[in-house]
Design a protein around this ligand. Structure first.
Ligand code: ADP
Ligand code: MG
Length: 316
């Protein structure tokens, strides 16, 4: 429950991050927001919490922290094939620093406006810096892209280029890596376009292999990836040895690209890629034998020690 000063703070920074949208009947200011379902659509809802010095650096620019907190949720929404509509913000702050809050609200407003999503409520408390966003979106009824739909024989595609965000942990000030870590771009338009095309879809938050392994277990299938087809970020390739660059692309987290499986012809995917201006790389195929294999160009298995970033297991 905010103090009087905090009410003003909410009004000042968080009451006007809105886009016109018929499903939002009431936004910030009452005990709860009111949203109405649209005909023929399902709601999707997701939440992600970012803690300082775990999911972002406390000294990152405030607008970047806001961008990342909303982006990781937009990315989950994209992975379901949904259109984002509204979000709630739960903010824990050590102090009410107005310059920090103004920059944070600015970062939030910029990305919210770009995706036509409205901030409809939240919670503000004093405590260690953390940002939790709950996002709601809509998708045509029964059409959401699930992890469980992959079929044997499907092609596997990934969007964009991988490994740059994870590379920033080793080269914190390298501009391309820092940009990728601070300002991930959720693939909303791609997710929407994949409805009816992809059989299964997931976004890459913990690393390509770690996230793809969720598709395998949900779908009861296996995966073969081709190491030389993995779209490693060019700066990652230029900076690291071949093995380390591949490891970053396969296991590094925070890319927020989409991986999907489909039986659509290559020309269909190519046309989609051109229409959206998003690189789509075919990286492997879904097979019957369970497990995830990565093959080098000679057909030998590439060995890994570790499938990406997992909270608690890594004690981070
Ligand atoms: P309550 O005490 O009834 O739970 P609050 O006093 O915490 O409500 O919040 C008052 C209003 O301000 C509510 O509409 C709430 O959704 C909104 N609000 C609080 N914090 C935030 C925030 N960080 N961002 C957006 N809206 C917020
Ligand atoms: Mg109340």
């Amino acid at each position: 429950m905010p103090s009087p000063g905090e009410f003003e703070l909410i009004q000042q920074y968080f009451a006007d991050i809105t886009s016109p949208e018929a499903s939002i009947r009431l936004g910030v200011g009452d005990d709860a927001a009111i949203i109405a379902p649209r005909e023929g659509q399902d709601w999707i809802v997701c939440v992600d919490t970012l803690h300082a010095d775990k999911h972002f650096w406390a000294d990152d620019p405030a607008d970047a922290i806001a961008h990342k907190a909303l982006s990781v949720n937009l990315s989950d929404c994209a992975a379901m094939g949904a259109t984002p509509v509204a979000f709630l913000l739960s903010l824990s702050l050590p102090e009410a620093d107005s310059a920090w809050l103004a920059a944070f609200a600015q970062g939030l407003r910029k990305l919210a406006t770009q995706h036509h999503v409205s901030l409809i409520g939240g919670d503000t408390t004093q405590g260690p810096l953390s940002v939790s966003i709950t996002l709601m979106g809509q998708v045509p009824q029964q059409q959401a892209l699930l992890r469980s739909g992959a079929r044997v024989g499907d092609h596997i595609y990934v969007s964009g280029h991988l490994g740059a965000a994870a590379a920033s942990l080793q080269h914190k000030t390298q501009p391309a890596f820092q940009q990728a870590y601070r300002y991930p771009q959720a693939q909303i338009a791609l997710g929407q376009a994949l409805v009816g095309v992809a059989h299964a879809c997931i976004d890459i938050s913990d690393g390509l292999c770690a996230d793809l392994s969720h598709v395998l277990s949900s779908s009861n299938v296996g995966v073969v990836l081709w190491a030389d087809a993995i779209p490693t970020h060019p700066e990652v390739r230029a900076t690291f040895s071949g093995d380390e660059a591949l490891r970053l692309a396969l296991c590094g987290g925070d890319d927020y690209q989409l991986v999907f499986t489909t039986d659509a012809p290559a020309e269909t995917i190519q046309a989609l890629s051109q229409r959206l201006g998003v690189t789509l790389s075919r990286i492997g195929e879904v097979v019957e034998a369970p497990g995830l294999r990565v093959l080098d160009p000679k057909g030998h298995d590439v060995a890994f020690d570790h499938l990406g970033f997992e909270h608690f297991k890594d004690k981070t």
